[in-house]
Design a protein around this ligand. Structure first.
Ligand code: NAD
Ligand code: UDX
Length: 476
């Protein structure tokens, strides 16, 4: 058996950081070093303020850091010492060249493989944790083999990560399953057993699934595609609801009670976001096209197209409801993260909506409980802070003097229980005061009682103006 005493993880991002923190917590007998070439990120992991926000993460890092959990930019020694290496670097969509806009860019993964081969002088298990196109492990093996030092050999495993942001610690602590793909040779099986042993510190054996490498790689892409497809499906239904008077929440409930379908991931929204869904489905589309499976590619592409449609539809509805013009109007955006309990804005639908409103000439007052001001300004870099955007740390300040509130993230603070004093916001706003609930989380009748004109996803035009055809678009 291969003993695992030291683990090195390349990539101290949203996956590498939380995964290794939980690993260190659950495996006090293993020393875990997370390395990254981004010095700022590593410094943040070693500081009081971590580079990412995840509920429960800070406590774990504080407990393990300096004991069996280390963050470093000094990659070579950590790689040399390790028995097992996780590659957990980003695999973004290519922005130029062959497959531009769709294929995954594996340059960071490849450079990890090259560095490992260059510095390591004894055999290792290399684990592909990044999400990669099916058969990527073969490329890693090739790069390693072509550069290996004499007497050294590598076993490459696929071990995709299924954590979702905002619930990463819980997902890592109680995973639905852990996939380990590897070679069917004796050496391959030994490597699988070694990684299994690591997970067995806290995951029961029945949840650790061994399979061939390609199945493991493809399962990750397929799982994300299925999840996003469910949201695109309910969002497609939400458009039908808005046009007919059906309520998508009622329809979702009815669908979800079918035990074959289940209730999860049926929350209609302004659209899905996050760093994974879009990139991974594009990747699946590209792979399918490359394999001449054009119908398969078109099928999955539609999941993305429906999401673009949903985001645009929401933006258009805001403009139409506000008498077809928002030029020079002030609009508060509540929530900028792509989902609650994270400060991450990658592919956030809020960015899409904000750009739509800015292009129509609105002035935006943006508030999010966790997203950093600098990040919002970066995401909306084409617009000027003074003349088009202001960022607030207080929701009441954001709402003051605006014509409308637009909810883009389902933060609990905003929700049904009306944690915020919406009367206070209403009193400080211009009239008629609008609320556009892109997440279906507010208490719409309570808001209507206050006097708001409420519009939400998947439900026909709200109270107040429903009898007037202001924009000529009031359903059918
Ligand atoms: P990230 O951008 O947050 O982190 C990646 C880190 O890798 C960065 O800090 C970067 O500096 C570092 N890096 C890149 N190349 C490097 C190199 N050659 N040497 C050293 N460091 C290097 O990305 P992430 O969100 O953690 O995602 C990582 C992978 O995990 C991706 O393939 C992604 O698809 C997958 N994944 C992400 C999530 C998620 O929720 N974010 C969930 C499951 C899987
Ligand atoms: C996703 C997968 O869930 C996770 O397994 C994978 O490892 C990484 O990608 P993540 O993107 O972090 O995780 O969050 P997720 O909870 O899947 O939400 C993605 C987007 O869909 C968010 O914008 C969320 O608000 C939206 N969503 C989710 C909906 O609009 N409706 C739903 O019912 C669920």
């Amino acid at each position: 058996e291969i003993p695992i005493r030291k683990i090195c993880c390349i990539g101290a991002g949203y996956v590498g950081g939380p995964t290794c923190s939980v690993l260190a917590l659950k495996c006090p007998d293993i020393q875990v070093t997370v390395v990254d070439r981004n010095e700022l990120r590593i410094n943040q992991w070693n500081s009081e303020k971590l580079p990412i926000y995840e509920p429960g993460l800070e406590e774990i890092v504080k407990q393990c850091r300096g004991k069996n959990l280390f963050f470093s930019t000094d990659m070579a020694p950590a790689l040399k010492e390790a028995d097992l290496i996780f590659i957990s670097v980003n695999t973004p969509t290519k922005t130029f060249g062959l497959g531009k806009g769709r294929a995954a860019d594996l340059k960071f993964v490849e450079s990890c493989a090259r560095l490992i081969a260059e510095v390591c002088d004894r055999s290792k298990i290399v684990v592909e944790k990044s999400t990669v196109p099916v058969r990527s492990a073969a490329s890693i093996v090739n790069v390693l083999k072509a550069n290996t030092k004499p007497g050294v050999s590598y076993q490459v495993l696929s071990n995709p990560e299924f954590l979702a942001e905002g619930t990463a610690v819980n997902d890592l602590t109680n995973p639905d399953r852990v996939l380990i793909g590897g070679e069917e040779s004796e050496e391959g099986k030994k490597a699988i057993r070694a990684l299994s042993w690591v997970y067995r510190h806290w995951v029961s054996a029945d949840k650790i699934i061994e399979m061939n490498t390609w199945s493991s790689e493809l399962s990750k892409l397929a799982a994300n595609a299925f999840l996003a497809q469910r949201i695109s499906s309910i969002n497609a239904i939400s458009a039908v609801c808005e046009a007919t008077g059906a309520d998508v929440s009622e329809v979702a409930k009815a669908i979800g009670l079918d035990s074959r379908l289940g209730p999860k991931f049926l929350q209609a929204s302004v659209g899905w976001g996050g760093s994974c869904f879009q990139k991974d489905i594009l990747n699946l589309v590209y792979i399918s096209e490359s394999l001449n499976l054009t119908s398969v590619a078109a099928y999955w592409q539609q999941v993305i197209d429906m999401n673009e449609y949903q985001k645009s539809r929401f933006g258009e509805r805001i403009v139409q409801s506000m008498f077809n013009t928002i030029t020079d109007k002030h609009i508060a955006i509540l929530g900028f993260a792509f989902k609650k309990n994270t400060g991450d804005t990658r592919e956030s639908p809020a960015i899409h909506v904000a750009k739509h409103l800015l292009e129509e000439g609105a002035f935006l007052h943006i508030f999010d409980p966790k997203v950093e001001k600098a990040q919002i300004l970066l995401d909306l870099a084409q617009w000027d802070e003074e003349s088009s955007i202001s960022i607030h740390t207080d929701p009441y300040e954001a709402a003051k003097g605006t014509h409308a509130l637009v909810v883009c993230t389902e933060w609990d603070q905003f929700t049904v229980t009306l944690t915020y004093d919406y009367q206070r916001m209403y009193d400080s706003m211009l009239k008629p005061a609008f609320v556009f609930d892109g997440r279906k989380i507010l208490d719409h009748s309570a808001l209507a009682k206050i006097g708001f004109h409420v519009e939400t996803i998947g439900k026909r035009h709200g109270q107040g103006f429903q009898d007037h055809n202001w924009a000529g678009t009031n359903g059918i």
